[in-house]
Write a protein that binds this ligand. Structure first.
Ligand SMILES: Cc1cc2nc3c(=O)[nH]c(=O)nc-3n(C[C@H](O)[C@H](O)[C@H](O)COP(=O)(O)O)c2cc1C
Length: 321
């Protein structure tokens, strides 16, 4: 069975959400991305990094993801992350399209500078005994789809595994992920390659594996409000039927996530952070748009729970009224 990864998502894949995914069959996950320079210069008690790097002991294997463009800072950050003793690998972000990241020549901007990207890998490798992995895209834009050569350069520099998001930087998150080109990367290197982009259910997972021939799959947005995606994919890959959870269980899970987050960060922060998760858990339900507006105004999780449970009340069918 190929490994299923929860793809890193900044502001989302914290320890609480990851644990839910691991419980549903996710095999490996990654922290939210951490700036090498910011992490090295932050005071030790800086909350942002405490939260970004927190992990529950019962989670499965977890990579720490770091971004930056200075090989020396990246190496020192990797060493410091390794010393925490919390992570099973170090993942280097070479895929983030955000302006504030590429502006500093980090994230997907590194795909424009393969020698620098390779130097970062070499120095990070020297700084940590942990496996060093890279998350990359297909290239900068349509005219510069250099994923195959880039992957080869990273392999030669010592990268232990690649995750390839089948889009260019210019595409951001739009358009269809190009699994054929991920297949070309897989063919070109002998290290494991994980396919990423547009894996949304059991059938698409099966298709992505068939097209790419990859060693594993990374799932991002399809896990939002749906940690059961991992159970669904595992069922499909082993030829078993999958039954999605009833909505009452979806609410139980949403509220569990909310209360665990509140115990960790306090109810005020958790209420704000959970708004987007509540919207994902209830997307597509009848009356969910109205409920969302009220959820966003709620001042306690008890209030939120009552609003969500009300969405579970069967709506009388117009045929029997
Ligand atoms: C809100 C959001 C935040 C993301 N943050 C990160 C990140 O911190 N590091 C990273 O490598 N990729 C990040 N990604 C990209 C995802 O890991 C993934 O590559 C992308 O969403 C495509 O996969 P999907 O089609 O399964 O969502 C982010 C994506 C989203 C939607």
């Amino acid at each position: 069975m190929p490994d299923l990864y929860l793809a890193p998502m900044a502001g989302i894949t914290d320890q609480v959400f990851r644990r839910l995914c691991f419980e549903q069959g996710c095999d490996r996950a990654t922290t939210e991305m951490v700036s090498a320079q910011g992490y090295l210069t932050a005071p030790p008690d800086r909350n942002a990094y405490r939260f970004l790097l927190a992990r529950f002991p019962e989670e499965g294997p977890l990579a720490a993801q770091v971004f930056g463009s200075e090989p020396l800072f990246m190496a020192r950050a990797a060493a410091k992350l390794t010393d925490l003793g919390l992570f099973s690998s170090i993942d280097i972000n070479m895929g983030c399209p955000a302006q504030k990241v590429v502006g500093g020549q980090s994230g997907s901007a590194l795909m424009k500078d393969p020698p620098l990207a390779a130097e970062i890998v070499r120095q990070v490798k020297r700084a940590t005994p942990l496996p060093v992995t890279v998350k990359m895209r297909l290239g900068w834009d349509d005219a510069h789809k250099n994923a195959v050569d880039f992957a080869k350069a990273l392999e030669a520099a010592g990268t232990d595994l690649l995750t390839v998001h089948g889009r260019t930087r210019a595409q951001q998150y739009a358009g269809k992920a190009d699994w054929e080109m991920i297949a070309q990367v897989k063919q070109a290197v002998s290290i494991p390659v994980i396919a990423n982009g547009d894996i949304t259910d059991g059938q698409s997972a099966l298709n992505a594996l068939r097209v790419t021939g990859c060693d594993g799959l990374a799932i991002g947005r399809a896990a939002l409000g749906n940690p059961w995606i991992f159970a669904e994919i595992k069922a499909t890959l082993s030829g078993k039927p999958y039954t999605p959870p009833p909505f009452s269980q979806v609410i139980d899970t949403a509220m569990r996530q909310a209360r665990e987050m509140a115990a960790w960060k306090g109810e005020r922060s958790a209420l704000l952070e959970m708004r987007k998760h509540f919207a994902w858990y209830t997307a597509g339900r009848r009356n969910s748009a109205q409920a969302r507006t009220k959820v966003n105004l709620a001042s306690s999780f008890d209030e939120v729970e009552a609003l969500l449970r009300a969405l579970d009340t069967p709506v009388p069918s117009p045929f029997y009224e």
